[in-house]
Design a protein around this ligand. Sequence first.
Ligand code: ZN
Length: 411
Amino acid sequence: MQISEEQIKQVNKTIDALIKAESFYGKKLEEAGIEQIASQEDFLNLPFSEKNDLREAYPLGLMTVPEEKIVRIHSSSGTTGLPIIIPYTQKDVDDWATMFARCYRLAGITNQDRMQITPGYGLWTAGIGFQAGAERLGAMVVPMGPGNTEKQLQMMQDMKSTVLCATSSYALLLTEEIQKRGIRDRICLKKGVIGSERWGQKMRDRISQELGIELYDIYGLTEIYGPGIGISCKNDNGMHYWDDYIYLEIIDPVTLQPVPDGEWGEIVITTLVKEGAPLIRYRTHDMSRIIPGECPCGCQHPRIDVIAGRTDDMIKIKGVNVFPKQIEEILQEFPDLSSEYQIRISHLDGRDTMRIYVETNGSVDFLKIAQRVAARVKSKIGFTPLVKVVEIGLLPRSEKKTKRVIDERYN
Ligand code: ZN
């Protein structure tokens, strides 16, 4: 996607602020001798920024304005080491709410809706972002936060919530509970706005069919405001993102070169108007692609495809590169399997092996279905996994993100 004149101006403003603040990126620019850009080519010479740069700036090294302008921080917890702290100005908080409200509008949500918000509040950006956007829109918020399924279902019935905001795992958990208790006809949900966790079509169909609701995928990450920088539309073909707030590139994660529109690669984001902690060419490690052409829904903002995985999800097994998404797609070809699965990689007897755990109900032949799945993986990806079939409900579900790939080789 070509960078516009306006976007170049905005990037130059950001460059000035970063140099003035002597942040890590300001120093990178000084080392590279870059003060301003004038073209796409100049832009592509700007250095990348990485999660590690942000971590090293802990606690407040990313602050790019005087402290009196900072009104809030959020934090993304890394699995290892120091967390990342992102400072926000009032304008950043307002812009984020504006983007979020725009997401809701694209999903057809109005001030007549009652929105039950189940993502976590606090240091994490999720809950408060969902809420600020809903208030901006004028909808009624039921601010639940995660967990306490009993209370969630009670409030959902009593408050007659029409929109559920959740991670896909939690939406599935609630769906299963609603089904188990037979209370579907007491639930008023019409739409679900589901956080950017990667999820398969099968899980999506299950939630949408069981509850009879429309689902929208929302995209975002704490480093860049939080969720709400993009959302899928009624056409359900990719997610529109707000190119007046961010400039988005897709690069080849190995060569770091941009790929043509339409090709898969890693999402790299530049903030255009962020003040507290602006970022230039931030590597998200999320895999997607630009969807070329206009969307039939009429929205003029560009689109990316649903997130296919993380660049670091790539598993190398028996010399073959595999994304969990590829396994997931194969499993979706089998209607007898549930949406849940787990992949375990281990090193046994000097060889890497992949075990795939899947769920089905008791009415099918476990051994036969395991053989068919293994044969399908062999023919589509090129190696034979061990497939273990278990009863529905035996694989772990969680209220946050379900861990589906466990690499035991390095434990
Ligand atoms: Zn659209």
